[in-house]
Each structure stands twice: as structure tokens, then as C-alpha cells.
Design a protein around this ligand. Structure first.
Ligand SMILES: Nc1ncnc2c1ncn2[C@@H]1O[C@H](COP(=O)(O)OP(=O)(O)O)[C@@H](O)[C@H]1O
Ligand SMILES: [Mg+2]
Length: 329
């Protein structure tokens, strides 16, 4: 595309009042939707020439391994599965389908955090990379409609057209409208290409609390039996995940299950008092404050523990630690 044409294109786009930022269809108002849909293809085509910036996408397998070992606490199953899945996928130049990970567990246990670690080790700019896209259903589409479905599909298509090695994180999957989930299904599957676009190098990560009760119960049974939590294996949790997730008609999996495009279901375990202490110490370290055990214990005592688990597990994991560290330091 020559400069004059690009200039004209951008002029039309900007004068239409559309924000040109990462070509995110969510910023397009519905009255302008027709214009943007017509322009969308041309804009994406232009960016196809640009493609992904190879210098900003360099997978660092050792970096991911180190981050999982040192920054993500007490999630031995998730660490292992994620390292294997991401490393395998990123080392393959010609994957048959996109990588689809589904992360489950109570809140504050590291699901969003680990997504960030993955992004940090693939994209130079981590979560700030223009190839990493976060979708939160409640924020983006509180009321689902056909237009939303179309916009979501265009958003995925546009971003993957721009760069095949794109990463999509869908937060709060369990709150997402089934119609919206249905609309992303085709992109997750084995297809050479769809409408001329190949999705096979993309990564989709779904985050949800679905299955949390089963995970908590299993972890509690282990704890009560005096077994080390590190002895818990993926297979111990796969059964509970499938019972509470797949058999639940309201769960998003009932929509995804028929073709089952999810490569890995990854459980996140609830965190205990001693783990909250670790989070608080890490938070102080990250701020450059000398880690103080007394402060960390104070923070951990302040956290609410789930009575249903005999107060063994923190209700919100390590979620509110940062503000509590603020308070005590
Ligand atoms: N397993 C963990 N290891 C280290 N830090 C954690 C862990 N779980 C939670 N945290 C801390 O708590 C914060 C909130 O966790 P987050 O990943 O957002 O929870 P969620 O599982 O609900 O997505 C993170 O940013 C991180 O600082
Ligand atoms: Mg989260």
C-alpha cells in the first residue's frame, strides 16, 4: 500500500471518529459499525503486510521455567502443565491448531498472574504488547447481542490477520454469554484456515472459577489426610473438574464440549495461611522494601479464611495482599 492510500485511509477512519488503537472493534460505536466493517478488511490487509514484529516476539523457554518456579507459588500442577504445553506449542513452527488452555480454580490463586508470566516470556512487551488481547465479558459486552457476536469474531479475526502469533485471554469465562462462547468455537479447532486466515499459531487462554468447589474439596481431603499437597496430581483433579465442570449445564463447557477444542484443563489449588505469607514477602521484595516476616504474618492474619474448609484456605487467595502490604509498611 502506498503512502497516499494509507493517508487517505487513515483520514477517512479518523474523520469518522473512530479510535485507531490496535484496531480493536470494541471501540467502534454501533452507528459507525457499517463504515468500520467495510474499512476493517482493508486496514487488516494493510497490517498483514506489516505482520508480527519478529523482534518483539521471542519465546524464552528458560525464562518461563524460571518464572514458574520462582514467581508462581504452590501451583505445582499448573506450573508443570503450562511449561510443557507452552514450550511444546511455541517450539512448533507448524502447529495443527491453536493452543487452548483453560485455567480453573478459586480466585486469587494465580490464574491471571500466570497468564502474565506466559505473555512476559513470549512478547517483549508482555501484557502491554499489541499482540496480547484481554477480553472480559462483563466489561466488553454486558448485554450480549448479535452485534456483539459479530464484533467479537471480527476482533479475533482482525488481530490474528495482523499477527498469527497473537494471544487472547478471556477472563471470567463462566460469566460469559453462551452465544458469545459459541461464536469463538470455530477459531479454536483444527482448520487449515478460515476465510483465508489461519488461527493455528494463536494462543487462547480461558480463565474461570468453574470447578472451584471440587478443587477445594480435593485439596481439603488431602490436607485432612495429612498428605503433602505436592503429592496431588493432575489425575486427582481431572475427575472433580469433569464432574463439576462438564456436567453443569450452565457451565461454559457445555457449549465447548462437543468438539472439545481445549488442549489442557489446568487446576489452580487454593492457598493456605503459609502461602499468603509467601505472597506478602514477595510483594515487599518486589517493592524494594526489605521483606519483614512480622509484617507478612500480620498481613496473612488479616486475610479471610473459608470456614467451610475449617479456615485452612484463604477465600481470595493472595488477591488483596498488595493493599494490605500498603497498610502495614
Ligand atoms: N500462586 C501464586 N503465586 C504468587 N503470587 C500469587 C499467586 N496467586 C496469586 N498471587 C498474587 O495475587 C495477585 C492476584 O492473583 P490473580 O492471578 O489475579 O488471581 P486469579 O486466580 O483470581 O486470576 C497476583 O497478581 C499475584 O501477585
Ligand atoms: Mg483473574
Amino acid at each position: 500500500m502506498n503512502a497516499a492510500r494509507l493517508h487517505l485511509l487513515l483520514h477517512v477512519f479518523l474523520s469518522a471518529g473512530v479510535l485507531v488503537r490496535a484496531f480493536d472493534p470494541f471501540t467502534v460505536t454501533s452507528s459507525l459499525f457499517g463504515i468500520s466493517a467495510a474499512l476493517g478488511r482493508t486496514i487488516y490487509d494493510y497490517f498483514r503486510h506489516k505482520g508480527c514484529d519478529p523482534e518483539s516476539i521471542v519465546f524464552n523457554a528458560t525464562g518461563l521455567q524460571l518464572d514458574l518456579q520462582t514467581k508462581l507459588f504452590r501451583q505445582h500442577i499448573a506450573s508443570r502443565v503450562i511449561l510443557k504445553a507452552v514450550t511444546g506449542f511455541m517450539s512448533n513452527d507448524n502447529p495443527k491448531k491453536p493452543l487452548v488452555l483453560s485455567l480453573h480454580g478459586p480466585s486469587g490463586t494465580g490464574k491471571s498472574f500466570v497468564s502474565q508470566l506466559i505473555a512476559d516470556n513470549i512478547y517483549k512487551e508482555g501484557m502491554d504488547s499489541s499482540f496480547v488481547h484481554v477480553f472480559t465479558s462483563e466489561l466488553h459486552f454486558p448485554h450480549s447481542s448479535h452485534l456483539d457476536t459479530y464484533k467479537l469474531q471480527q476482533w479475533i479475526k482482525g488481530n490474528v490477520t495482523n499477527c498469527g502469533r497473537s494471544m487472547f485471554i478471556f477472563d471470567e469465562m463462566d460469566k460469559m454469554q453462551p452465544g458469545l462462547i459459541d461464536s469463538i468455537k470455530p477459531y479454536l479447532d483444527y482448520h487449515e484456515n478460515l476465510d483465508g486466515v489461519s488461527y493455528r499459531k494463536a494462543i487462547f487462554i480461558f480463565l474461570s472459577n468453574a470447578g472451584r468447589e471440587g478443587i477445594i474439596q480435593t485439596a481439603l481431603d488431602f490436607w485432612k489426610a495429612g498428605q503433602d499437597r505436592e503429592e496431588l496430581e493432575l489425575k486427582d483433579l481431572e475427575t472433580v473438574l469433569s464432574v463439576s465442570v462438564f456436567n453443569n449445564k450452565n457451565s461454559y463447557f457445555s457449549s465447548l464440549i462437543d468438539k472439545n477444542p481445549v488442549d489442557f484443563f489446568i487446576p489452580f489449588l487454593p492457598l493456605e495461611y503459609r502461602h499468603v505469607i509467601e505472597c506478602a514477602l514477595a510483594e515487599m521484595k518486589a517493592r524494594g522494601v526489605p521483606p519483614d516476616r512480622n509484617v507478612a504474618e500480620q498481613v496473612a492474619r488479616d486475610v479471610v479464611y473459608d470456614l467451610k474448609t475449617e479456615s485452612v484456605f484463604s477465600v481470595k487467595g493472595c488477591k488483596t495482599i498488595s493493599s494490605k502490604v500498603d497498610y502495614y509498611t
